[in-house]
Design a protein around this ligand. Structure first.
Ligand SMILES: Nc1nc2c(ncn2[C@@H]2O[C@H](COP(=O)(O)OP(=O)(O)OP(=O)(O)O)[C@@H](O)[C@H]2O)c(=O)[nH]1
Ligand SMILES: [Zn+2]
Length: 458
């Protein structure tokens, strides 16, 4: 190992850092002109025990790492590297301060971004501002690696120059592996420039998971983190094809979707809204009852995420929906207004089609008749999203494939009920799993897989 000058860099503090990938040892070092560096370590790094460990030398990128920027791939590489280390149960990530903007600093990088907004590539932008294309140095990194007992390692990086710098400082880089990143419209030019002008490897570029799901494909590999979670959560719905009947409801933990005055803003939080919009984007049609249209005047479009608007379906046997309701007036998506055979209803706008459906028994539609009317119009994938009575009636009729029931940590005490149906006398007959559960901020979404409960075809 080359003898390095002692830069006076010291490990100052040791603590732990629990992350979504597991708990790491965290070491704080001085250096980087007072900014300090951080190393995250998992497992025993001794090469003689488990071979050369997996190491990521990660250059600080405030915009990518902390703010989720899609101009670069830094944030995704950071998460992917931690996930890889956790998968092996062993390795280290050195988070290098002072490397921001390839060593030119944050504000200079932002100036370089402004130039890139005019079409200049990332290399020329640095040069035009009077900086080198890459001003990063690695002496302090080598000192930290040495402090961690790492003299041989497998480096996770697409940048051969980084490996060469570390090798010149006496670190034996026995292998270099690339991390999967998503090729997205926003980062394509940057990634391409790194490959053409900075010798970066062409990394296996994984497609944007949500864009794939929207086109009906379930990617078999996704960038760890958000993309992987999207595939896990929504992949089964895409695979299920058509027909498919889903329901979604957000309610307080004591089972109400609104207070007794009808105040429903907001029972569940922002993340549940995003989840609802994702479900809307993945189906052909969304179904709501006329009472929900009257109470909430929903738009039923996809706004929180990219994706197409579904056809909007209003269940209104007596044609009582307010004629001024958003879905009956605003044409950003088609609306099917399902009314009883004798109800008085005329289309309120070009995008509205009045559909006659038989009224069964009481004054309501049979869920199976509603689904049939939609299938007759090519709408096989359906989301029933409110209110409580409509969702409950589809549940009771055993036509749902899945129910997404989100509960908020809120006790309303009394109000508009959520899921209600004729219960059973014995708990063994109650509706139980299989379920999957996922956290949506403070709320918990429980996904009931009901495919085994369908009413037998008569
Ligand atoms: N000056 C400048 N810096 C950038 C730009 N985009 C990202 N960066 C910085 O580049 C650094 C990361 O370097 P990259 O070239 O993306 O990747 P790398 O570290 O060389 O290689 P990998 O190990 O594969 O990530 C981070 O410090 C970012 O802040 C840019 O357009 N201009
Ligand atoms: Zn970045």
């Amino acid at each position: 190992m080359t003898d390095l000058p002692d830069l006076g860099l010291r490990r100052k503090v040791a603590t732990t850092l629990p992350t979504e990938h597991g708990t790491f040892q965290l070491y704080g070092y001085d250096g980087a002109g007072g900014l300090g560096h951080v190393a995250l370590v998992m497992g025993d790094l001794d090469s003689s025990l488990g071979g050369p460990p997996l190491v990521r030398v990660h250059s600080e990128c405030l915009t990518g790492d902390a703010l989720g920027s899609r101009r670069c791939d830094c944030g995704e590489q950071l998460q992917a590297a931690l996930a890889e280390i956790a998968r092996e149960g062993r390795g280290a990530l050195v988070y290098v301060r002072g490397h921001e903007g390839r060593g030119i600093g944050l504000l200079a990088k932002l100036h370089a971004y402004a130039l890139q907004d005019t079409g200049v590539d990332t290399v020329d932008a640095n040069l035009r501002l009077g900086y080198p294309a890459d001003a990063r140095t690695y002496e302090e990194v080598a000192q930290i690696l040495r402090d961690l007992g790492i003299d041989r390692m497998r480096l996770m990086s697409a940048n051969p120059t980084k490996a060469e710098h570390l090798a010149a400082l006496g670190i034996d880089v026995v292998a270099r592996t690339t991390l999967p990143v998503a090729d997205r419209p926003e980062n394509a030019f940057y990634l391409d420039t790194k490959r053409r002008r900075m010798r970066h490897d062409a990394v296996e570029a994984l497609p944007d998971a949500w864009a794939q799901l929207l086109t009906g494909n379930v990617p078999d590999r996704a960038v760890p983190g958000t993309d992987a979670a999207l595939v896990e959560r929504y992949g089964p719905l895409v695979r299920a094809g058509s027909p498919l009947t889903l329901a979604q409801l957000g309610q307080s933990i004591d089972g109400f979707i609104a207070s007794r005055t009808g105040d429903a803003e907001f029972v569940t939080g922002e993340q549940d809204r995003t989840h609802l919009h994702r479900l809307r984007a993945l189906v052909d049609a969304v179904v709501v009852g006329a009472a929900t249209v009257a109470a909430d005047d929903p738009r039923l479009t996809v706004r929180a995420v990219p994706g197409p608007n579904p056809v909007r379906v209003v269940l209104d046997p007596r044609a009582s929906a307010p004629r001024e309701a958003h879905v009956l007036r605003q044409g950003e998506a088609r609306t099917l207004w399902l009314v009883g055979p004798d109800a008085t209803a005329e289309p309120t706008a070009e995008h509205v089609e009045v559909v006659r459906v038989p009224v069964s028994g009481g004054a309501g539609f049979a869920p199976a008749d509603v689904l049939q009317a939609l299938r007759d119009r090519g709408l096989g994938r359906v989301l029933v999203e409110g209110g409580g009575r409509v969702v409950s009636s589809f549940l009771a009729a055993r036509v749902l494939d899945r129910l997404f029931l989100t509960t908020a940590p809120l006790l309303i005490g009394d109000g508009v009920p959520g899921i209600r149906f004729d219960g059973s006398d014995r708990l063994t007959d109650a509706l139980a799993g299989p379920v999957r559960r996922f956290a949506l901020g403070d709320d918990v979404c429980t996904e009931f897989d009901l495919t085994g409960r369908h009413r037998a075809e008569s």
